[in-house]
Every structure is written in C-alpha cells, then in structure tokens.
Design a protein around this ligand. Structure first.
Ligand code: C5P
Length: 209
C-alpha cells in the first residue's frame, strides 16, 4: 500500500478580481485515478484546481486556484507520499500583474502581458529522490517524441500520452511510455476503465510491495 499524490483539474490565473484565464480540464481523469488507486488499497491525497466533479470521500483533497498555489500545496504533500501522478492541467502562463480593481472598458485594445508559471511535475520530479513520478502529456503532433521529451525533462518514470479528445470527455485513448522509450501499453476505454489499467501498471512497475 502506498500514499499517492494526485494533481488534478485546471488552475485559474486571475486578471482582475472577477476575471481569470483557465482551460477545459474537468478533473474527471484525476477523479477516476483516485477511485482506481483507492480500490487498489492505496491512500490518496489530491491537490486540485476548481472542478465541479466530486472526488471520492476517502481521498484527502487540498483545493487551490493558481499554478503557484498548486505547486506549493503539492510540494508540501509530496514530502509524505511515495509517488506523484500529475494529471492536472495547470495554466502555463499568468498575467504579469493582477489588477486590484475590475478592468473598465476604454474602447481601446487591451494587451495582457503573460509570463510563465512554474511546472509542478518538473519541480517535484527534480526533487523526487527515491519517489516516483508519472506525468501526462496531451499532444497533437509528433506525439510520442514530444511525450518522451517531456518524460525526460520532467524526470518522470512513466508518461501517459493522450490526445486533445481527452479534454472534458467521458473516454480516453492513451499510450503508457517508459523511460527507455518503450510503449508499455496502449489503453482505450472510459476514463474509469483506463484509470484502473494505469493503476495496475503503476502498481507493477513503481510501487514497492
Ligand atoms: O502542459 P504539458 O503538456 O507540459 O504537461 C505535461 C505534464 O506536466 C502533465 O503531467 C501536467 O500535469 C504537468 N504540468 C505541470 N505544471 C505545469 C504544466 C504541466 O505539472 N505548469
């Protein structure tokens, strides 16, 4: 039995007190992985951005808004976990300045200067020591090459490659890639079905018994 950390859902980057940038991640894959991990007898800690789905009640959930908050919470929780599954879709950019008051229309174009946010999986991957890290990559071209490049860059032990159809949908079709570049498995089905199979592979290859 392991204690597993999951990052899940999107993040929000505020522009002013009422407007933000985000993406279409639903948190459904994270929820399915949490259910599969619990069913396999593991303890589950989730750091999640805002989602409307309900995570299993046996999981401990830490709610965050921004990518920086997700990194801070995940870093703290990772200390007490054996591995991380990074299924969240954190915003890669944030406005350089968050305005204190609601932006009023001026009749002129509004230019937003965006700067990069930290990468949660890459940061925890670099700090993982004897823990394991599973990343997700959503790619539209040169899929396998790009996913394997991310696997290496983010110090992952496995990378789950999926396509844009995974966003906000019921089903998923993924390839599980290993550090040596091999395709460990090709999985297709509903998100709960794919999650169970991913957890079986994680259990066999990464979790120490
Ligand atoms: O966005 P990208 O395709 O690089 O995401 C690949 C992996 O990196 C995913 O596991 C995702 O959760 C993670 N990621 C992250 N922090 C970011 C961007 C991505 O943890 N700011």
């Amino acid at each position: 039995m392991a204690r597993i950390l999951l990052t899940s859902g999107p993040t929000r980057q505020y522009i002013d007190p009422v407007r933000y940038l985000t993406n279409a991640s639903s948190g459904r894959m994270g929820c399915s992985l949490a259910e599969a991990a619990l069913a396999a007898g593991h303890e589950v800690v989730i750091v999640s951005g805002p989602v409307s789905i309900t995570y299993p009640s046996q999981a401990t959930v830490h709610w965050v808004d921004t990518t920086d908050e997700m990194l801070a919470a995940a870093r703290e929780q990772f200390e007490h976990c054996e591995g991380l599954i990074g299924v969240a879709a954190p915003c890669d950019y944030r406005p350089e300045f968050v305005l204190g008051q609601k932006i009023a229309k001026t009749g002129q174009p509004l230019v937003l200067q965006l700067i990069e946010t930290p990468d949660v999986v890459a940061t925890l991957g670099a700090e993982k020591k004897d823990r394991w890290v599973v990343g997700f990559a959503l790619e539209t071209e040169d899929r396998r090459f790009r996913a394997l490049t991310k696997l290496e860059k983010k110090s992952c032990d496995l990378m789950i490659l999926n396509g844009p159809e995974a966003m906000n949908s019921e089903g998923n079709h993924v390839e599980v890639l290993a550090k040596d570049g091999s395709v460990v498995a090709t999985l297709k089905g509903s998100k709960p079905e794919v999650a169970v199979q991913i957890m079986q592979i994680v259990g066999q290859r990464l979790i120490q018994t």
